[in-house]
Design a protein around this ligand. Structure first.
Ligand code: SF4
Length: 231
C-alpha cells in the first residue's frame, strides 16, 4: 500500500469530533484541490510503500479503538479492502475519509464523504501549473454513482468545505440532487488552514448551516495546530 503516515490524535471534524483516533494516511490522490492541506499525498505524493501486515501491527500497537483511514484518496488503493477487513476482524471502529470519486467494498462503520465543489479546482494563481490539472479534477470530482453507492451501503456523513458564501448555492444544488440524504448527517465546515481563518468564517457559516437544517463542523486540528503535519 502507498503510505504517507500513521499518527495517534483526536478526530477534529464531523460527528466524531473529539474522539481519540489513530490515523492511517495513504499516499496518492486522483484530485488536485488547490487548498489541499496534505499536498504530500496529492500534489507531491510520497512514494513510501508498506506491507499490510506491518501497517496492521503499527495500528494495533496504538491500542486505539477508532481507526481513520484517510489520504490522499484511500479508495484509490485496492489494499484498502483487506486492510479494513483485518481491522474489523479485531473489532476496530473504522472511518474512511474519501472525496467520493471511487467505490471499493471496504469494511467501514462510517464513510466520511467530502465532496469537492467547483471552489476546489486548481488554477495557476493557486499553484504553479495548477491549471494543468483542472480538467481532470473537474471530470472526476463529482461522481453520482459512487456517492449513491457509498451512502446507500454505509452509515455516512457528508462534509462540505466552504470557502465563500457564494459556494452555498452549489451546496443547495448538490443536496437537491440527492433528496434522500439525511440532513442530520450533512456538515458545513470552513476552508481554513489557520485558527484566524476559522474564526473569520465560522459565524456566517453557522448561520448558513442553521438556515439549511444541516450541521456545522468544527475543525479542531486546524484550531489547535494549523496545518502542522502528523497531529
Ligand atoms: S481530495 Fe483531499 S487529498 Fe485529494 S487533493 Fe483534494 S483535499 Fe487533497
Amino acid at each position: 500500500m502507498r503510505f504517507s503516515e500513521l499518527f495517534h490524535s483526536i478526530q477534529g471534524e464531523g460527528g466524531l469530533a473529539g474522539t481519540p483516533s489513530v490515523f492511517v494516511r495513504t499516499s496518492g490522490c486522483n484530485l488536485r484541490c488547490w487548498f489541499c492541506d496534505t499536498p504530500y499525498t496529492s500534489w507531491e505524493p510520497e512514494k513510501t510503500r508498506i506491507a499490510l501486515q506491518d501497517l496492521l501491527e503499527q495500528v494495533l500497537a496504538t491500542d486505539c479503538e477508532h481507526v481513520v483511514v484517510t489520504g490522499g484518496e484511500p479508495m484509490l488503493q485496492p489494499a484498502v479492502v483487506p486492510l479494513t477487513e483485518s481491522l474489523r476482524a479485531v473489532g476496530k471502529h473504522i472511518t474512511i475519509e474519501t472525496a467520493g470519486t471511487i467505490f471499493r467494498p471496504v469494511a467501514a462503520d462510517l464513510i466520511s464523504l467530502s465532496p469537492k465543489l467547483s471552489n476546489s479546482t486548481p488554477t495557476d494563481a493557486h499553484r504553479p501549473q495548477g491549471s494543468r490539472y483542472a480538467a481532470r479534477h473537474d471530470r472526476l470530482r463529482d461522481n453520482a454513482e459512487v456517492v449513491h453507492s457509498l451512502t446507500v451501503n454505509y452509515d455516512y456523513q457528508i462534509k462540505f468545505v466552504v470557502d465563500h458564501e457564494r459556494d452555498l448555492a452549489e451546496i443547495d444544488d448538490y443536496l437537491s440532487r440527492y433528496p434522500l440524504l439525511d440532513h442530520d448527517k450533512v456538515y458545513l465546515m470552513p476552508q481554513a488552514r489557520t485558527a484566524n481563518e476559522l474564526a473569520e468564517k465560522t459565524p456566517w457559516l453557522t448561520a448558513a448551516a442553521e438556515a439549511r437544517g444541516v450541521r456545522i463542523s468544527p475543525r479542531l486540528h486546524v484550531e489547535w495546530w494549523g496545518d502542522q503535519r502528523g497531529v
